[in-house]
Structure formats: structure tokens, C-alpha cells
Design a protein around this ligand. Structure first.
Ligand SMILES: Cc1ncc(COP(=O)(O)O)c(C=O)c1O
Length: 389
């Protein structure tokens, strides 16, 4: 089996999740809106899943909207808030967001909204002082501020508490794309100053095509999908019941994982991987090395190499890794996220991401440690002498 080190793209579904999805499809396939017994049994299981997710996030059941995943949640949060808060026309965000925030932001700018991008440090952190100054300046026109929690490419963890507090002080709703955080670090929405938060189940061993949006009580959003009273009139359409139930089970398992020593074990694996590569491969750069980082991610730059070439050879030899977001695979451009945080082009071009999960084995780390230095050596051997320097 190849070593799977691409868990920020997606994770393997947990066996308990697979069982729950199958039993929902096979046994409890009723429509939860139906009054009869088939419907009511499906409703019970959807309700249980909602409770399981809310327990993980520490929020109320009425504050959770099940969606088709983080992309939909991000679009709903951004468009839904901007519509609801008209005539305000300023949206504050940053250039390190996933494309599921960057693209809606770009479209808003095209439609005449004032989109303000906050500056970021070379380690990929948004500066709270810059947020404060922006909110001071645009005071009454800001409809929403959005900063992701954990970067999908580098694992850098944003100073969410500080950013959210500044938004609260300015009475500006604060949205965070928490797709790489939920299920991987504790998330206590009872304490976090966050008004909206998005996630996808497949990032924490749940099924694909399901996720959610937390909307704090009292925050109004305009629904973007009309067609029924589902999810308290905020997202029309029959629920993806197998997905939702799988998401609930995944949330419950994530809670157990977070309360044990799993994250510490994962961090030790990641650190061993990173430190050993740094020792074995001269001139390796760790992107965002100065930021607090998620335990599961390392983003390594090999100056003057092409990340695609590294990934192809790694894959041939049995290591699955990535460069940037999964959705940009196939493009020869360096990661816009790394460029936006000031990583030099020569390094950004040769950067790859290795990401672990609670299923990652020591043998997979050993494989990567054996194969990656060989791949880099081989590619360096093909470089003209001048560019290798
Ligand atoms: C930070 C972040 N936001 C949003 C998404 C989109 O998630 P999905 O494709 O499940 O909608 C991803 C997926 O990679 C992500 O990492």
C-alpha cells in the first residue's frame, strides 16, 4: 500500500462511519420530512447526528445548518450575510483563504463591493492590528469579516481569539472557514468569538459531500438555496441523510480522538518526518515554520525544483502527497497562498504538502523518509548547475 500523506485533501472514512452510511441507505431510507414511520425513523437519526456535531462544536442545535460541505457553507456564509446586511458593502478578508472563500470574494469585488484584503506576515498569519485599523476605518460599512482558522496548505493557525474579539468590539460579524480545524483541534463555540463557522465531514474521516455551517443565534443570513423549510428555512432541499448520519458518527469519533493522546502522537510523527527531511535534504525550507501550526501538516520547499515533478515521482514510488489545495492540482502555477505570504517564487514552485491523520502509521512515515530524499536527489541531478544553486 502507498503511504497516504494527503489528509488535508481528504481522509479515509472511519469503519463506523461506513457502517452508519450503509445502514441509512439500506434500512432508514425514509424522507425525514415525512409523517409516517419511515420518515420519523430517518428524522430521529438526523436529529442524533445534529446532536453529535453540536457536542463536538459546543453549539446549540438550532445554530447548525447541514450543507453539502465547506464550499457551500462558505458561499452561504458570505453571500447570505452580505445580502442580509445590505446596504453595507464592505467585506474584509485575506489572500490566504481557500478558493471557496477567495472566489466569492472576487465575484463580490466584480459586482462593486468593497473587498479589503488584510496584510499577512511571512509565516502566513493575519495581523490583528491590521484588522482593527481596517474596521476603525470602514466602521459602519463592514458587513462581514472572514479569516480561516487553519491554513489548508501550511497548517498555520490564525489568532482566531484575537481577531474575533476585535470584530466583536466593532460589532462586525466574524466568519471562519474551519474546514482544517474541526475534528483536528478542540472547537469550543461557547467560548470562541466567532459568529459563523464552516466545515466538511470528509476532512475528519466522515463522508464527502456533507458538512455544515454554524450560525450564531441572533445572526441573520439570507438563504441561498430556496425550495423548502429545511434546516429552519435556511437551506431548502431534502437532507443528505446518509451523509448527515455519517457526519454525526465522524464527529463523535473526533471528540474521542481529541480527548486522548492522538494529536500528540500525530505531532510526534509529523515532527519526526519534518526534522529527518531537514537533516537528510540540504536547503529544505519549512513554509510557515514560525507560526503555530496544526499537528498534522508540514509544507516543505525544495528551491528550484517543480512541485509537480516531485509529486509524480513520489506517487510512482508509493508516497501520496500534494502541492497546495486539491482543487488546484493540474495547474503549473505555484500556490497563490504561498506567494501571497511572500514565499519566493523559486521556493513556492518547489513546495509540497505532507499531511497526516489519526490513521497514519509509523511505517508510512518511514516510507516517506526513505523515498522523498531520493526523489529530490534525482531531480536535483537533472537541474542545470546554475539553477541548482
Ligand atoms: C480550508 C478549506 N476550505 C474549504 C474547503 C472545501 O471543502 P469541500 O471541497 O469539502 O467543500 C477545503 C477543502 O480542501 C479547505 O481545505
Amino acid at each position: 500500500m502507498p503511504a497516504y500523506l494527503d489528509n488535508n485533501a481528504t481522509t479515509q472514512p472511519a469503519p463506523q462511519v461506513i457502517d452508519a452510511v450503509v445502514s441509512m441507505l439500506r434500512d432508514d431510507w425514509g424522507n425525514p420530512s415525512s409523517i409516517h414511520r419511515f420518515g420519523q425513523q430517518a428524522r430521529r437519526r438526523v436529529d442524533l447526528a445534529r446532536q453529535q456535531v453540536c457536542r463536538l462544536l459546543h453549539c446549540q442545535e438550532r445554530e447548525l445548518i447541514f450543507t453539502s460541505g465547506a464550499t457551500e457553507s462558505n458561499n452561504l456564509a458570505i453571500r447570505g450575510l452580505l445580502e442580509a446586511r445590505a446596504p453595507r458593502r464592505t467585506f474584509v478578508t485575506d489572500k490566504l483563504e481557500h478558493s471557496a472563500v477567495r472566489e466569492p470574494a472576487r465575484q463580490l469585488a466584480e459586482r462593486g463591493y468593497n473587498v479589503v484584503y488584510l496584510p499577512v506576515s511571512p509565516d502566513g498569519l493575519v495581523d490583528p492590528q491590521a484588522l482593527k485599523e481596517t474596521l476603525d476605518r470602514h466602521a459602519d460599512d463592514v458587513a462581514l469579516a472572514a479569516v480561516h482558522w487553519i491554513n489548508n496548505e501550511t497548517g498555520a493557525i490564525q489568532p482566531l481569539q484575537e481577531l474575533g474579539t476585535i470584530c466583536r468590539e466593532h460589532r462586525v460579524p466574524f466568519f471562519t472557514d474551519a474546514t482544517q480545524a474541526v475534528g483536528k483541534i478542540p472547537c469550543d463555540l461557547a467560548a470562541l468569538p466567532v459568529d459563523l463557522l464552516s466545515f466538511s465531514a470528509h476532512k475528519f474521516h466522515g463522508p464527502k459531500g456533507v458538512g455544515g455551517l454554524f450560525v450564531r443565534r441572533g445572526i441573520k443570513i439570507t438563504p441561498q438555496q430556496l425550495g423548502g423549510p429545511h434546516e429552519r428555512d435556511r437551506r431548502g432541499g431534502t437532507e443528505n441523510t446518509p451523509g448527515v448520519v455519517g457526519c454525526g458518527v465522524a464527529a463523535e469519533l473526533a471528540g474521542q480522538f481529541l480527548s486522548g493522546d492522538g494529536p500528540a502522537r500525530g505531532r510526534a510523527q509529523r515532527d519526526r518526518l519534518e526534522h529527518s527531511i531537514l537533516r537528510a535534504v540540504p536547503d529544505t525550507v519549512v513554509n510557515s515554520v514560525g507560526a503555530p501550526r496544526l499537528w498534522n501538516t508540514t509544507n516543505l520547499g525544495f528551491p528550484a525544483l517543480e512541485s509537480e515533478a516531485i509529486l509524480v515521482l513520489l506517487s510512482e514510488q508509493g508516497v501520496c502527497a500534494a502541492a497546495g489545495a486539491a482543487c488546484s492540482t493540474g495547474s503549473l502555477e505555484p500556490s497563490p497562498v504561498l506567494l501571497a505570504q511572500g514565499v519566493p517564487e523559486k521556493i513556492a514552485h518547489g513546495s509540497i504538502r505532507l499531511s497526516l491523520s489519526r490513521y497514519t502509521t509509523d511505517a508510512e512515515i518511514d516510507d516517506a523518509l526513505r523515498i522523498l530524499p531520493r526523489v529530490v536527489d534525482k531531480l536535483r541531478g537533472t537541474l542545470p548547475a546554475a539553477s541548482a544553486r
